[in-house]
Ligand binder design. Structure first.
Ligand code: DOR
Ligand code: ZN
Length: 348
């Protein structure tokens, strides 16, 4: 196949940052996707509807002229989030999910949740409002191996939560293991999972090929080859519980190439192209449209887009860096070949 036209996709998990970083990365996401679920883990987390409204305005103001892109806002759940805040968020109309970071799990998660048991009123309000819970599914319990954190969280914390709130919509975000695939596939109705391009294309060997590779470090961390294969099988399966969420997460070069480098891979410059590579590798480009453009919209009860995008089979080389405020951003595949290209509306 040399070209592929599909309904315009959405990104159901992305980090757009703020200020100059926002201005640098937003054009890439807005060129490909009609909408995106925007993560709330700014240095001052987006914990209220009022903060989400301000952030939404800044994103809209930073959009390139002529872009048709809608940021779908999220709230950052803390130990002190109230049921009233959930009701406010629902009434506002522009908040589409509430993000659960276990405290300490990842970038800017220090204000996250320390005890799910104390938030029953909030989860009940979300359940009755139809407000999805978006989960960073990793245990932060001391002593849990970094490669086991997802499984431990799903089994010990998320499974009981899903039972206690049987109507709560839940997205297990950026799933990384065969265990998480089984969890989502076998769960009750109302539970879905997103999958990143890097977890479809790489296993954990990528972190250590010829030396330590900080630009392959993200959380949850890349896992084993058998996990990658299970994720790819889920993505191409046509099961609507699995859909696209890039987790594109830019950090300035120095913050990655450091003795204590930040987690996060920037993939927004080639997001759909990378998914196309993954689906092509499994001989199922025909399933990309459902995964990228249908299932997420259906889950979030939003209309599918009416317009289309076209991918062409064409080699190009990702640049070594992009501008990122006063610094530089090293994209995924920097200086390397990418074998698909968006025909229209490619990034800046
Ligand atoms: O790799 C990651 N980067 N995982 C996360 O959960 C957060 C993200 C970030 O904000 O950089
Ligand atoms: Zn993320």
């Amino acid at each position: 196949m040399t070209s592929l036209t599909l309904r315009r996709p959405d990104d159901w998990h992305v980090h757009l940052r703020d200020g100059a970083a926002l201005a640098a990365v937003l054009p890439f996401t807005a060129a490909q996707f009609g909408r995106a679920i925007v993560m709330p883990n700014l240095s001052v987390p987006i914990t209220t509807t009022a903060l989400a409204e301000g952030y939404r305005s800044r994103i809209r103001a930073a959009l390139p002229k002529g872009a048709h892109f809608e940021p779908l806002m999220t709230l950052y759940l803390t130990d002190s989030t109230t049921a009233q805040e959930i009701d406010r968020a629902k009434a506002a109309g522009f908040v589409h999910g509430v993000k659960l970071y276990p405290a300490g799990a990842t970038t800017h998660s220090n204000a996250g949740v320390t005890d799910l048991g104390r938030l029953s009123g909030v989860f009940a309000a979300m359940e009755s409002a139809g407000m999805p819970l978006l989960v960073h599914g990793e245990s932060t319990a001391a002593g849990v191996d970094v490669f086991d954190r997802e499984q431990v969280f799903l089994d010990q914390e998320l499974a009981p939560l899903c039972t206690r709130f049987p109507g709560l919509k839940v997205v297990v975000e950026h799933i990384t293991t065969a265990h998480a695939v089984d969890f989502v596939r076998g769960a009750r109705a109302g539970i879905a999972g997103t999958i990143t391009p890097q977890h479809l294309l790489h296993n954990r060997n990528a972190l250590f090929t010829g030396g330590i590779r900080p630009h392959y470090y993200c959380l949850p961390i890349l896992k084993r080859e058998r996990d990658r294969q299970a994720l790819l099988a889920a993505a191409i399966s046509g099961n609507p519980r699995f859909f696209l969420g890039t987790d594109s997460a830019p950090h300035e070069r120095g913050a990655k190439e450091s003795a204590c480098g930040c987690a996060g891979m920037f993939t927004a410059h080639a997001a759909l192209e990378l998914y196309a590579e993954a689906f092509e590798s499994a001989a199922h480009l025909d399933r990309l449209e459902g995964f990228a453009s249908h299932f997420g919209a259906d889950f979030y009860a939003l209309p599918r887009h009416a317009d289309q995008v076209t991918l062409v089979k064409q080699n190009w080389t990702a640049p070594a860096t992009y501008g990122f405020g006063a610094g530089r951003l090293v994209p995924y595949r920097a200086g390397e070949n990418i074998s698909w290209r968006l025909a229209k509306g490619a990034g800046p």
